[in-house]
Design a protein around this ligand. Structure first.
Ligand SMILES: NC(=O)c1ccc[n+]([C@@H]2O[C@H](COP(=O)([O-])OP(=O)(O)OC[C@H]3O[C@@H](n4cnc5c(N)ncnc54)[C@H](OP(=O)(O)O)[C@@H]3O)[C@@H](O)[C@H]2O)c1
Length: 439
C-alpha cells in the first residue's frame, strides 16, 4: 500500500489537533483513502518544549526548511500563523514541488492571490478549508458542492469570539465588558481581542469567501467593517422586544454589477436561521440560484474541529496525488482566465432597514422634529418605541425608531442634522436590519 508523507510547520493548537487526528484516525483514513498518510516531521519554534502528541523527539525540528525540503514529504501543512515567514515557506514548498495546506486566513486574505497563482503555476494543490469557519466545510461547498450555482448572497457568522460575547449579552443580560471578560476566562477570546471584536478577522474571512463565490478578488482592507465593542445591552434588549437578535454579520452579495461585502452588527429576525446560531458556533447561509438557501453550522475554531478541516484537505490532496489529478479544482474556484475584477459597492450606497435609538430630552415636539428630518431625507418610519418618561428633568430618554428601507448616505445625513437638535443628547445608535430572506 502506498504511503503519502506529511510535514507540519507549526505544532501549536491546530498543529497538535492535526497530529492527533492523523494518529488516532489512521486506520479509518486508510480505509477511505486507500493509502497510508504518515506524519513524517514537524517544525516548531521551540522543538525542545515537550509535546503531547505521538511524535518522537527526532521528528520535531526547529528548522521549517528541513521539513519543506525533505524529499520524502509530499504535503506541507502550514499551521504557524502570521504573514512572514509563513508566506515564504508556502511559496518555497510550492517551488519545491510540494502540495500545501494552510489554515491561515490572515495570510490568504493578504497574499492569497500570489499563493493561489503560485500553486496553479506549479500544478500543485493548495488546501485552505480551515481558514474560514474552522471545521465547517464551507470552502469545499462553495467550490465544489454548489459549483452549479450562481450565488446571490452569503450571510455569515464567522467569528466565534464575537458570537459568544453577543450571545452572553443577550441571554445572560451582560454588558459588553463583562461578556468579553468571561470569553477571555474561557479561552474564547484572546488577551488582546482587538482583531476579533473590531470585525477584522470576519472581514478577512468574508473577503476570501466572496472572492471564491463571485470569482473576483476582494481586498479585505476594502471590506466595510464595524465591530461589536460599541454595542450596549440596552440595544440588545430593544432588539429582543422588537423581535430580533443582534449578530455580527459578515455579508457578501451582488448588487447591480458590484459586490456588496461588509461586516457589522445587524438585527436579524428572531425566527431567521442565523438568530439561532449562538455561543462560539459559526454558520454560513448561502443563497444559490439552483439550490436555494442552505446553511452550514458548526464549530468555527478549536484544535480538533480545525484539525478535522485540515486533515480533510490533506486527504483531498492525497487523493489527487494517487489519481494523478492535482490541480483538479482551481484554487480560486474559477479557471484563471475566467476571473474578473468587480467593483465593490460603497457603504453609502447600501439600502436596508435601520434601527435608530435617539437619546432625547423629554420635550414636546422632539419626536415630530426628528420625524421631519428623516422625512426630508426620504426615510420613512415603520415604528416608534418610547418607554416611560424621564425620571428627572434634564435626563434623556431613549426613543427607538425602526425605518423602512433607506439609503445609508441619507441616514448618515439625517443623523447629522438630527444631532444638531437641542433636545437630542449624545450619539444616536444606528444598527442595520438584515433581510430575513437572507439570514
Ligand atoms: N486556533 C484555532 O482554533 C484556529 C482556527 C482556525 C484557523 N486557525 C489558524 O491556524 C493557524 C495556527 O493557529 P494556532 O492556534 O494553532 O497557533 P499556535 O497555537 O500559536 O501555534 C503556532 C505554532 O507555530 C509554531 N511556529 C511559530 N513560528 C514558527 C516558525 N518561525 N517556524 C516554525 N514554527 C513556528 C509555534 O511553535 P512553538 O510551539 O514552538 O511556539 C507553534 O507550534 C493560524 O494561522 C490560525 O489563524 C486557528
Amino acid at each position: 500500500m502506498q504511503t503519502i508523507q506529511v510535514g507540519l510547520i507549526g505544532l501549536g493548537n491546530v498543529g497538535g489537533g492535526v497530529a492527533t487526528i492523523l494518529t488516532q484516525q489512521a486506520e479509518l483514513i486508510t480505509q477511505r483513502l486507500g493509502a497510508r498518510l504518515m506524519l513524517k516531521r514537524a517544525a516548531r519554534r521551540h522543538p525542545e518544549h515537550p509535546i503531547d502528541v505521538s511524535l518522537s523527539a527526532s521528528q520535531v525540528t526547529g528548522d521549517a526548511l528541513a521539513v519543506i525540503h525533505d524529499p520524502e514529504i509530499d504535503i506541507v501543512v502550514e499551521l504557524m500563523g502570521g504573514y512572514e515567514p509563513a508566506r515564504t515557506y508556502l511559496l518555497e514548498a510550492l517551488r519545491a514541488g510540494k502540495h500545501v495546506v494552510t489554515a491561515n486566513k490572515a495570510l490568504l486574505a493578504e497574499h492569497g492571490q500570489e499563493l493561489f497563482e503560485a500553486a496553479a503555476a506549479a500544478g500543485r494543490d493548495i488546501g485552505f478549508e480551515a481558514s474560514v469557519g474552522g471545521g465547517i466545510p464551507v470552502i469545499r461547498t462553495i467550490k465544489e458542492g454548489f459549483v452549479a450555482n450562481r450565488f446571490g448572497a452569503i450571510a455569515s457568522i464567522i467569528n466565534g469570539t464575537c458570537n459568544y460575547i453577543l450571545s452572553q449579552m443577550s441571554d445572560e443580560d451582560l454588558d459588553f465588558a463583562e461578556a468579553l471578560k468571561e470569553a477571555q476566562a474561557l479561552g474564547y477570546a484572546e488577551a488582546d481581542p482587538h482583531f476579533d471584536i473590531a470585525g477584522i478577522d470576519a472581514a478577512q474571512k468574508i473577503a476570501l469567501l466572496a472572492s471564491l463565490a463571485f470569482g473576483s478578488w476582494v481586498p479585505h482592507q476594502q471590506v466595510y467593517t464595524e465591530g461589536i465593542d460599541g454595542l450596549s445591552r440596552r440595544d440588545i434588549a430593544y432588539a429582543r422586544e422588537l423581535g430580533y437578535r443582534i449578530k455580527l454579520l459578515a455579508l457578501a452579495k451582488t448588487a447591480g454589477g458590484r459586490l456588496d461585502v461588509r461586516v457589522h452588527p445587524a438585527f436579524v429576525a428572531l425566527d431567521s436561521w442565523l438568530a439561532h446560531v449562538n455561543g462560539v458556533h459559526n454558520a454560513v447561509s448561502i443563497q444559490g440560484d439552483a439550490v436555494g438557501r442552505s446553511m452550514l453550522i458548526g464549530r468555527g475554531a478549536g484544535a480538533m474541529p480545525t484539525g478535522s478541516a485540515v486533515v480533510g484537505d490533506v486527504v483531498d490532496v492525497a487523493r489527487n496525488i494517487l489519481q494523478g489529478s492535482s490541480g483538479r479544482v482551481p484554487p480560486r474556484a474559477y479557471q484563471e482566465n475566467s476571473l474578473q475584477q468587480l467593483p465593490l459597492q460603497k457603504i453609502d450606497e447600501v439600502v436596508c432597514r435601520y434601527y435608530l435609538r435617539f437619546q432625547v430630552l423629554d420635550q414636546p415636539g422632539t419626536l415630530a422634529a426628528i420625524a421631519g428630518i428623516l422625512g426630508q431625507h426620504d426615510i420613512s418610519i415603520e415604528s416608534v418605541l418610547q418607554k416611560g418618561r424621564a425620571h428627572a428633568q434634564g435626563t434623556p430618554v431613549s426613543v427607538v425608531m425602526m425605518t423602512h428601507e433607506a439609503r445609508e448616505q441619507s441616514v448618515q445625513r439625517a443623523l447629522q442634522a438630527i444631532a444638531s437638535l437641542p433636545a437630542v443628547q449624545g450619539e444616536t445608535i444606528r444598527i442595520r436590519v438584515e433581510d430575513a430572506m437572507e439570514t
